[in-house]
Design a protein around this ligand. Structure first.
Ligand code: AR6
Length: 171
């Protein structure tokens, strides 16, 4: 059975070991899914983000860090930073793949076995949705082939366009 699952909805409602946040390098919150996660998860998450910032600076594009889930049903939030789309010649595709891969690495290091991803970079950061979906699915599939400990990866789409793309690509 496939360990990949697609749902459409609000990622903050999911009961999984970890949800992934499409954060920015400051780790101090923002709009989009980042804003929604901090609103729903409460101040504990931001406090942990500040501590990480104090220790290691922020989080570069393609990297990932972990906090608790605060008031969320999810036990953890893995904060990753996708690339800002800049026409495609600024290594955006590689950086997006790194964001997925490094989130999964952090998941494994923290014994996470069920994890949900939003469509990183496809909102405010402007990454073309089809290409982003292809990269997300390919990167996760490759990772799962060599890592048995992750039981389920949920692609949590919010908008209709992404949902339709993932439906097509996961067929
Ligand atoms: N649940 C799941 N997906 C959501 C939700 C939600 N509650 N809300 C939005 N999305 P974006 P980015 C989808 O803009 O492009 C922030 O300000 C949305 O439809 O949240 O990586 C950060 O602080 C889209 O498909 O993230 C950064 O500054 C996807 O989440 C910047 O935005 C990603 O859209 C990051 O931009």
């Amino acid at each position: 059975m496939s360990r990949l699952k697609l749902i459409q909805g609000d990622i903050t409602k999911l009961q999984v070991d970890a949800i992934v946040n499409a954060a920015n390098s400051s780790l101090l919150g923002g709009g989009g899914v980042d804003g929604a996660i901090h609103r729903a998860g409460g101040p504990q998450i931001l406090e942990e983000c500040r501590q990480i910032r104090n220790k290691q600076g922020g989080c570069k594009a393609g990297e990932a860090v972990i906090t608790s889930g605060g008031n969320l049903k999810a036990k953890h939030v893995i904060h990753t930073v996708g690339p800002v789309w800049n026409g495609g010649s600024k290594n955006e595709e590689q950086l997006l793949a790194n964001a997925y891969r490094n989130s999964l690495r952090v998941a494994i290091e923290n014994s996470v076995s069920t994890i949900a991803f939003p469509n990183i970079s496809t909102g405010i950061y402007g990454f073309p949705k089809r290409r982003a979906a292809e990269i997300a699915i390919e990167t996760v599939q490759q990772f799962l082939q060599v890592n048995e400990s992750i039981r389920e990866v949920i692609f949590c789409c919010f908008d209709e366009e992404n949902t339709n793309l993932y439906q097509q690509l996961l067929k």
